[in-house]
Design a protein around this ligand. Structure first.
Ligand code: 5GP
Length: 116
């Protein structure tokens, strides 16, 4: 069964797509954590980083090239931004279709909250 992100990539359900090519699609997060919150997603369904194969290296590298371009277009290349890939339960990964969060447009604070 296709993931929700595959349906967005196929334009079967709506999203604000900001970039798309044969390998990768980038679209606005539906529940943004910051003024700029873009998800950059391989068109290929890779569930998580645990499932990345050597033949996927060109896709994974391409995520960063697209991130650089999207950051510039979204106006955060100079002010700064954070790239996050959640993997598995402890990270809070909700959608098991690998994706890179590009977050910026405000001071983002510490990377990870310290445990109580
Ligand atoms: P994760 O927690 O898996 O790293 O992040 C999943 C992200 O996908 C969340 O930030 C969530 O807001 C976003 N998301 C979930 N469903 C949809 C959707 O249908 N459309 C869009 N644009 N974003 C979604």
């Amino acid at each position: 069964m296709p993931t929700i992100f595959s349906k967005i990539i196929a334009k079967e359900i709506p999203a604000t797509i900001v970039y798309q090519d044969e390998l990768v699609t980038a679209f606005k997060d539906i529940n943004p954590s910051a003024p700029v919150h873009i998800l950059i997603v391989p068109n290929k369904e890779i569930a998580s980083t645990n499932d990345v194969q050597p033949e996927d290296e060109h896709i994974m590298g391409h995520l960063f090239t697209v991130a650089k371009q999207v950051a510039k277009e979204q106006g955060v290349a100079e002010s700064g931004y954070r790239l996050i890939i959640n993997n598995g339960s402890d990270s809070g990964q909700e959608v098991f279709h690998l994706h890179m969060h590009l977050i910026g447009g405000r001071k983002l604070g510490p990377l990870v909250h310290k445990a109580d």
